[in-house]
Design a protein around this ligand. Structure first.
Ligand SMILES: C=CC1=C(C)c2cc3[nH]c(cc4nc(cc5[nH]c(cc1n2)c(C)c5CCC(=O)O)C(CCC(=O)O)=C4C)c(C)c3C=C
Ligand SMILES: [Fe+2]
Length: 428
């Protein structure tokens, strides 16, 4: 694992200025004072706004969800297994640096490299803090076998059964240019420029080995993954993430998120998880013309507080039996009724999605929605049945269009000296 040897790390400067991640104080003309830089060089890197990269699990799953997303899926263009492994090594080193608030490569963006060569780091995050950057890497089915089922990199015997193609769901309008991919990279941060910088630098390192198949920016989280976070709102204006399992509940994470006990060819997936991605366009204009009563019936919760329509506060358990004058207070085909564990064999999923907007279409309608991300122990039990039921019966479906889809196996975390996915390549 290459440690960043860049002179003064991005975080050191900020820390020396007493800046916790926002509002960099610079002198007139935007120049750091010599005093500040000297103090910075004596500082230890601050950790307040960094999320540890090394660990049993990859960061960006149960770590507190940040405000911004840049996610990219790659197609591997080389046939060489060695080049693929080399890329994963280079990515691991770059991710370790960037998540620590430091520049990519020993020479960084503009300080110590050759004047005649392109800088190793693209530079747009130079004056920014680490912003809780996490980068999570996963592998799609197509990394293991091609469309004819042929082995690509000697990994076929290690293709987990859970990494099957997702079935077609009723109403799907998937675009292949927004779906699938050999490798996924999810960068999350509290500053959008930090997330974009991370993906951009990984794309740059991949030149000649892998190319971007699709990517997506997300600008606002639509879930909470920690009890310390308030519930955010989605673009329909509803609180989203209320019933999400929280990472403090380790028993739930162990049962519903983390893979354990996998044997044989799939043993490398232990301590990892599966990531489902769905780009879900929301028909904002139609929704905005529907009544509040219709909106609350569709979701099954109140818009203002997020409480279930059966009563109580935001975190009160819904009572699906409670009847009103015209039937159950929570419609049996409302979104929360169909998504509730009681209707899904008790399964839970860790949602970690983001609002997105990609401008407007040629009719002037917003191309906006939810970039749904969920981490599950097994998509066959924890995603496919729920999505199947929703596609058929969910009152919310009328307002949604699924335009992109992906399923990726997320390997375990790494310790210093290892590279992401090493367990898979060493086993195969
Ligand atoms: C198949 C999984 C799910 C998809 C796809 C999905 C899309 C989606 N959801 C909302 C808005 C809300 N979802 C809420 C709860 C909720 N949703 C899912 C699953 C999917 N959602 C689950 C498992 C749950 C929790 C159910 C429970 O345990 O009670 C809510 C209510 C608040 C909350 O608990 O988060 C809202 C609001 C949208 C807009 C959307 C697609 C664009
Ligand atoms: Fe939902």
């Amino acid at each position: 694992m290459a440690e960043s040897t860049a002179g003064v790390g991005r975080r050191k400067i900020l820390s020396a200025l007493g800046v916790g991640g926002v509002g960099l104080a610079v002198g007139a003309g935007g120049v750091l004072s010599a005093q500040a830089v000297t103090a910075a060089s004596q500082e230890e890197p601050a950790v307040a706004d960094t999320v540890p990269f090394y660990g049993a699990h990859q960061a960006g799953i149960t770590t507190a969800v940040q405000d911004r997303l840049h996610i990219a899926a790659f197609d591997v263009t080389t046939d060489s297994r060695d080049e693929l492994i080399e890329l994963l090594k280079e990515w691991t080193a770059a991710i370790a640096s960037m998540t620590a608030g430091q520049e990519v490569g020993g020479d960084g963006a503009a300080t110590e490299g050759s004047y005649e060569a392109p800088p190793e780091d693209t530079g747009e995050a130079l004056d920014l803090s680490a912003s809780h950057l996490t980068v999570t890497v996963g592998f799609g089915r197509s990394l293991f076998v091609d469309a004819d089922g042929e082995d690509r990199f000697g990994l076929k015997d290690h293709l987990p059964e859970a990494l099957n193609e997702l079935p077609h769901f009723s109403g799907d309008q998937l675009e292949s240019s927004r779906s699938d991919g050999d490798i996924v990279v999810q960068a999350c941060a509290d500053d959008p420029q930090v997330a974009v910088h991370a993906v951009r630098n990984l794309v740059r390192l991949a030149f000649g080995t892998a190319r971007v198949r699709w990517s997506q920016l997300g600008f606002g989280r639509t879930s909470s993954t920690s009890t310390s976070q308030v519930t955010p709102r989605n673009l329909f204006g509803f609180k989203d993430g209320t019933a999400n399992p929280k990472s403090e509940d380790e028993a739930v994470m162990d049962e519903h998120v983390w893979v354990s006990g996998a044997a044989g060819g799939s043993a490398w997936t232990n301590e990892g998880t599966y990531m489902v991605t769905r780009r879900i366009r929301m028909t904002i204009e139609t929704w905005d013309r529907s009544s509040l009563a219709e909106q609350e019936t569709v979701i099954g919760r109140t818009k203002k507080t997020g409480a279930p329509l059966s009563g109580g506060e935001e975190f009160t358990e819904p009572n699906f039996e409670l009847a009103g004058r015209r039937g159950p207070l929570i419609d049996e085909n409302s979104h929360v009724a169909l998504a509730h564990p009681s209707r899904n064999n008790g399964v839970r999923m860790l949602r970690r999605g983001f609002n997105y907007t990609d401008g407007s279409d040629n009719l002037g309608r917003l191309d906006a929605g939810l970039f749904f991300i969920a981490f599950v122990v097994d998509p066959r039990t924890h995603y496919v049945p729920m999505q199947t039921a929703m596609a058929k019966n969910d009152l919310l479906s009328e307002y949604l269009r699924h335009t992109g889809s992906g399923l990726f196996a997320i390997p375990a975390g790494v310790s210093e000296g290892q590279y992401v996915g090493q367990g898979l390549f060493e086993a195969a």
